[in-house]
Design a protein around this ligand. Structure first.
Ligand code: IMP
Ligand code: MG
Length: 181
């Protein structure tokens, strides 16, 4: 598995420190709001689990699943809800946790979809941001961003290529020949 990794972009230690920092912002903001943390499956699961364990106040978790990348490394621009949240978020404080803000298709869709359910507030916390890939016209600005990264395809800490590599404890750059063949 690791022979396909060109380099480690973010080590386990760097990720842990960033998770602690981001969690600190959310603790300060949501301690008395009983928020619902919503994760977009599946890439976010590792980040999500690390983040919510650092919340020392009442909160709920929920998940949705959308179709985005399919099996390859290019996006289609077509987003669909494959699994909806089960909570009623009307009037609730919602925080979307995301693994990576890339073209912006997914997050824009999820934000608009959840806003249509009339939450009291909605903010976005993404571990990674890859601004060079943003589609023109995407204006969304996540309130909390962990790391801004260069335009390289990354895997690990939940992020996959063809459903592989999610279990790596760090975030690495995949060798291009792995996804170009
Ligand atoms: P967007 O809709 O293009 O912003 O893409 C968001 C989704 O695409 C993320 O939630 C990831 O699942 C996936 N994705 C984007 N960039 C990468 C990457 O570098 N590695 C792995 N998955 C990625
Ligand atoms: Mg994702």
């Amino acid at each position: 598995m690791e022979k396909n990794i060109k380099k480690v972009l973010l080590s386990q230690e760097q990720i842990e420190a960033k998770v602690e920092e981001l969690a600190g912002y959310l603790r300060a903001e949501y301690a008395d709001k009983n928020p619902i943390f919503i994760g977009v499956l599946k890439g976010v699961v590792i980040f999500f689990a690390d983040m919510v364990r650092k919340m020392n106040f009442p909160c709920e978790i929920d998940f949705m699943c959308i179709s985005s990348y399919g099996a390859g490394a290019t996006t289609t621009g077509n987003v669909m809800v494959k699994k909806d949240i089960s909570a009623d978020i009307k009037g609730r404080h919602v925080v979307i946790l995301e693994d990576i803000y890339d073209t912006g298709n997914s997050l824009t869709f999820v934000r608009d979809y959840l806003l249509s359910k009339e939450p009291a507030s909605l903010k976005i916390c993404t571990l990674l941001d890859k601004p060079e890939r943003r589609k023109p016209g995407v204006t969304l600005k996540p309130e909390y961003v962990g790391f801004t990264i260069p335009n390289e395809f990354v895997v690990g800490y939940g992020l996959d290529f063809n459903e592989q590599y999610r279990n790596l404890p760090y975030i690495g750059v995949l060798k291009p020949e792995v996804y170009e063949k």
